[in-house]
Write a protein that binds this ligand. Sequence first.
Ligand code: SF4
Length: 171
Amino acid sequence: MKPDTEIRIAGIVRESIVDGPGFRFTIFTQGCPHGCEGCHNPQTHDFNGGQVTTIGRLIEEISKTGLLRGVTFSGGEPFCQSKPLAELATEIHAKGLDVISYTGYTYEQLINGANDENGWLDLLNNIDYLIDGRFVLAKKSLLIKYRGSTNQRIIDVKKSLSTNTIVEFEL
Ligand code: SF4
């Protein structure tokens, strides 16, 4: 790990119970290109907003938080900072925690659009579950766990990558 690697974040929540199973340390990344109508986090859209921190500092904060099952990357759009988040995910796994990432892209868009520059595959290769797709106001539902609208899926990334299909998962 390069502890000085920078990540721009909007904020953190230490013990979230709404961003995946168990107690989770949630990192809200800063910057989002999707502009979904009805977005709950419009303050995370500006790519120059939020604050810059480092992987080392985030790992310290995660280590100080007890009883965690895992860490969730939310946003903002985590895949706009795939490379530093992939490094961070490796360190989180080394602590025995799982990693979930939200994204406004679909899994198919990430697979088909991945390249060396955006690092989308780096991040996909280092997370356990992906909650994908934009928030669609017309499909908003309060009945589905961890998601805002019914178009969004929970994807088992490791199984999906290894089988070259999309394996959905109910967390
Ligand atoms: S992807 Fe998420 S943060 Fe970005 S506009 Fe849509 S709901 Fe908001």
